[in-house]
Ligand binder design. Structure first.
Ligand code: AN0
Ligand code: CP
Length: 318
């Protein structure tokens, strides 16, 4: 594996999950693989889980790790070519990328959608430039349109908890006061569509995702109807994708908050969310604290998904 930005990069999902479960049984089994190798993690946006779990995964593999928060202490970076750099950005990505690459073997990048220009976001201009100009294996730590380390951890968590061959998985939009990217729901949809599980997406009208990611999923506008018989409820907010509202909050309707009354419509479903989560906007205290809530094991599996990905990228260096 030379890069990791989307589900195709991981190849066979069953093999990937099997490898994850093997690593989970002994996460130090490959502690020699990364010896004298350096991971550089570059953050254009905040993070708690990705930062810690990815660093931990790299340390499990014996790597050295460097972290750069571009917006805290580094020069502000211009990302567009051809710009006259007379503003506040002191350095261009076209110099910064090869310089950073010269100090490391692998690069992880977190760079969210700007939510202003759909074409620019959906072309993945930032991470694509890292892939093109670094000469190093690059992996996404959430890019503009996908968050594959999260989706991989979500799939591992589902595999560990499912009690039927083909569980019913429902991804529901839920309210949030600020505009968030579509990366997490796009990516979750892309990964679940690569399984043979029953998959339903529910959201208010106007929150339709890119059809490329919706794929074979059934879209159900009635949230309560969607919840009927569900084995897993995956909640997430996202801003509008459809024009003319791209990147905007068009509803904060708390009738869409996941609560116990709605969970009672399901097949005793597990509750999932990638975190960070706003309680009593996305989900009630009662549901997130219930014994069916998987938010903590899901976050813990981020170490495992990252370790599989970094291991495979290290193996490609040999
Ligand atoms: C981000 C998002 O929705 O993409 C990161 C989630 C992992 N969430 C927030 O910015 C709150
Ligand atoms: N789920 C997730 O990626 O969390 P962070 O934004 O804290 O990394």
């Amino acid at each position: 594996m030379k890069k990791f930005t989307c589900v195709e990069d991981i190849g066979d999902l069953r093999a990937a999950v099997a490898e994850a479960l093997e690593i989970k049984r002994d996460r130090f089994a490959y502690s020699e693989l990364g010896r004298n190798r350096t991971l550089l993690m570059i953050f254009f946006n905040s993070s708690l889980r990705t930062r810690l779990s990815t660093q931990k995964a790299a340390m499990n593999l014996g790597m050295n790790v460097m972290v750069l928060d571009v917006n805290q202490g580094a020069w502000k970076l211009e990302t567009e070519r051809g710009v006259v750099m007379d503003g506040d950005k002191a350095e261009h990505l076209l110099e910064a990328i090869p310089v950073m690459a010269s100090y490391c073997d692998l690069i992880g990048v977190r760079s969210f959608a700007q939510l202003k220009d759909k074409a620019e976001d959906y072309e993945e201009r930032v991470i694509e430039q890292f892939i093109r100009y670094s000469g190093r294996p690059v992996f996404s730590m959430e890019a503009a349109t996908r968050h594959p380390l999260q989706s991989f951890a979500d799939l591992i968590t589902i595999e560990e908890h499912k009690t039927t061959e083909r569980p019913k998985i429902v991804m529901t939009w839920a309210p949030h006061p600020k505009a968030l990217p579509q990366a997490v729901p796009n990516s979750f949809a892309e990964w679940i569509n690569a399984t043979d599980y029953e998959f339903v997406i529910t959201h208010p009208e106007g929150y339709e995702l890119d059809p490329k990611f919706v794929g074979r999923a059934k879209v159900e506008y009635d949230q309560r109807k969607a919840f009927e018989g569900a084995d897993f409820i995956y909640a997430k907010n996202w801003s509008a994708y459809a024009d003319p509202n791209y990147g905007q909050v068009i509803s904060t309707d708390r009738d869409w908050t996941v609560d116990s009354e709605k969970m009672a419509l399901t097949n005793n479903a597990y509750f999932m969310h990638c975190l960070p989560v706003r309680r009593n906007m996305i989900v009630t205290d009662e549901v997130i604290e219930s014994e069916r809530s998987l938010v903590i094991p899901e976050a813990a599996n981020r170490e495992i998904s990252a370790e599989v990905v970094i291991k495979r990228l290290l193996e490609s260096l040999k």
